[in-house]
Design a binder for this molecule. Structure first.
Ligand code: PRP
Ligand code: URA
Length: 209
């Protein structure tokens, strides 16, 4: 069974509360999503292995540690996942970014794919799928299936807010994928929105409604 990790660092929780607030406008919303994504990236990469190296300081040679040749790929689910990319790239600047375009059909709530562009070597990369919202889990599960069909082997999922239903759906479909979230909310409403959630992440990020 995949691990679920709720990242409860005070800075993440404080900023998430501001993100949820309906009074927070798009400019501030975007900045906060970027900041929280950067803080979450710190935890999501915690298991990256280190290797020994030597560094000549101005004083002496130091035995140091560097990340052991990890190749990382970020895969935002369009469109709302885009809001999390820059924050993560601030901590993992060498990561390549692939894009998977999915939207939820408002009637069926099923994910519909409309775009895909991935780095050619995804099979060798540690992939982090990013999307602010894990609601029914349909979009994330479909994106992960999509990546696996193209050879991906090592995938994590990082979301700001998850519903229990979405976590269950991803864990059922992808027991090998660890999930990192800033909050697990109560439930979904009749329209498949997370309660209390933050509303429509894409609309709030990009000022559409
Ligand atoms: C939102 C969100 C997720 C999806 C979550 O995207 O960003 O991708 O819904 O819902 P699910 O877990 O029930 O699949 P949306 O379909 O609204 O598209 P957008 O990002 O283009 O706004
Ligand atoms: N997508 C969103 O943007 N918000 C939700 O609450 C559910 C799906």
């Amino acid at each position: 069974m995949s691990k679920l990790q709720v990242l409860d660092h005070p800075l993440i929780q404080h900023k998430l509360s501001l993100i949820r607030d309906e009074e927070t406008g798009s400019k501030e919303f975007r900045a906060l999503v970027e900041e929280v994504s950067m803080l979450m990236a710190y935890e999501v990469t915690r298991d990256f292995p280190l290797q020994e190296t030597e560094v000549k300081t101005p004083v002496a040679t130091a035995k140091c540690k560097v990340i052991a040749g990890r190749k990382v790929g970020l895969v935002p689910i369009l469109r709302a996942g885009l809001g999390m990319v820059d924050g993560m790239l601030r901590l993992i600047p060498a990561a390549k970014v692939g894009h998977v375009g999915l939207y939820r059909d408002p009637e069926t709530l099923m994910p519909v794919e409309y775009y895909c562009k991935l780095p050619p070597d995804i099979a060798e990369r540690d992939l982090i799928v990013i999307d602010p919202m894990l609601a029914t889990g349909g979009s994330a599960a479909a994106a992960i299936t999509f990546l696996k069909d193209r050879g991906a082997q090592n995938i994590k999922l990082m979301c700001l807010i998850a519903a229990p239903e979405g976590i269950q759906a991803v864990q059922n479909a992808h027991a090998d994928v660890d999930i990192f979230v800033a909050a697990v909310d109560e439930c979904l409403n009749d329209h498949g929105y997370i309660v209390p959630g933050l509303g429509d992440a894409g609309d709030r990020l990009f000022g559409t409604k």
